[in-house]
Write a protein that binds this ligand. Structure first.
Ligand code: C5P
Length: 206
């Protein structure tokens, strides 16, 4: 069984997916972490993020592994854990360029499709492209201001700066942020984290 939870940047996908996965006793898979890891490798390798063929060669030479745990995903570069380095403003800025390369998307999708079920998959295109046959699909939205307020706990910039960066990222990600036609869309703005989790669980168990 696969549950997909897609949505715009900072819509609460990771926290919601973690909560749903824990309640169901299964892992969750954060696809965004693989795009972030590809971006980190590109930046640290001094590569031009627009240069997809070189980036792909670099990714093949430096194997990245996603460890999908219910309590939080971890990302490994060989034996070294890189999870804590994936949520910086620098990566936020570069990741949409990296995620726009079809070859990078194929690199991510291949890793996701190799994971053993069951799990909750979180990202932008889990319900549309990667797991179109998943029986339970959800899509989270919230206004840019609310998302920026939530994200301000995790980033050094002020709320208007974060809001502008989120809108920029939504625009760059627009190719993969449409909800699946059979996804239930939830506006998380007026909801608490627990209300979102309970709504999704009730729908799954429905
Ligand atoms: O979910 P998160 O904000 O960590 O995702 C980081 C970036 O990775 C997104 O802005 C998007 O560019 C890309 N992404 C994607 N498809 C996914 C998940 C993430 O293109 N399924």
């Amino acid at each position: 069984m696969i549950v997909t939870i897609d949505g715009v940047a900072a819509s609460g996908k990771s926290s919601v997916s973690g909560g749903v996965a824990q309640a169901l006793g299964i892992p969750y898979v954060s696809s965004g972490l693989l795009y972030r890891a590809a971006t980190l490798l590109g930046l640290e390798g001094g590569l031009d993020l627009q240069d997809a063929p070189r980036l792909l060669d670099h990714l093949r030479a430096h194997p990245v592994r996603l460890e999908p745990l219910a309590a939080g995903n971890r990302v490994w570069l060989g034996e070294q854990e890189i999870t804590d380095r994936l949520h910086s403003t620098r990566i936020d800025r570069g990741v949409s360029v990296v995620a726009a390369h079809p070859a990078v998307r194929a690199w991510v999708d291949e890793q996701l499709r190799a994971l053993p079920e069951p799990f909750v998959a979180e990202g932008r295109d889990m319900g549309t492209n990667v797991f179109p046959h998943a029986p339970h699909k959800f899509y989270l939205t919230a206004s840019a201001r609310i998302r920026a307020e939530r994200r301000s706990q995790e980033r050094p910039e002020n709320i208007p700066e974060i809001e502008a960066a989120l809108l920029r990222r939504d625009e760059l990600d627009r190719g993969q942020i449409a909800p699946a036609p059979d996804a239930r869309v939830l506006d998380t703005g007026p909801m608490t984290l627990d209300q979102v989790i309970q709504t999704i669980l009730a729908d799954i168990r429905g």
